[in-house]
Ligand binder design. Structure first.
Ligand code: TYD
Length: 136
């Protein structure tokens, strides 16, 4: 099972622009303890390259676009974040690689916990073992 979902947010639009709201359980599935954003990423750079044991995250590309590759230890899928109303909800134990950032891309992340390096798995083989697929 791939533990992610896409949350589509309708925009409140007028001739002066578009407004997006995140509130209530369906759009905010956890209490936010941390917000960070990533910008100025070179197009050929790859970020992520880790999994989290407990952390839940919501990712939105506020401008431009980027690709999020998700891997559960068995299969992979790629989600393109290219609209401010498209939100990726990543649950724990998914390896992620983030790439193909356009020049103007800003990736915003809402996280369920404060930063904790002990929650990271940064080695892919270790991740496979952790999710039980590396055992022959
Ligand atoms: P990392 O999570 O590996 O970034 P990405 O997944 O975007 O490639 O973090 C990069 C560095 O920033 C690492 O040294 C840890 C630090 N960091 C913090 O100090 N606090 C945070 O909330 C985050 C997300 C990272």
């Amino acid at each position: 099972m791939m533990n992610y979902s896409i949350i589509q947010i309708p925009s409140i639009s007028s001739e002066t622009g578009c407004l997006f709201v995140l509130e209530k359980q369906e759009r905010l599935p956890f209490e936010i303890k941390r917000v960070y954003y990533i910008t100025n990423v070179k197009n050929d750079a790859q970020r992520g390259n880790h999994a989290h044991k407990q952390l839940k995250q919501l990712m939105i590309c506020l401008g431009g676009s980027c690709d999020i590759v998700l891997d559960n230890g068995v299969s992979r899928t790629t989600i393109t974040l290219d609209m401010p109303g498209k939100i990726l909800y990543i649950q724990p134990c998914l390896w992620r690689e983030i790439k193909n950032f356009t020049e103007n891309a800003t990736l915003m992340v809402f996280a369920s916990e404060e930063y904790d390096e002990n929650d990271y798995i940064r080695d892919y083989e270790e991740f496979k073992k952790y999710v039980g697929q590396g055992i022959i």
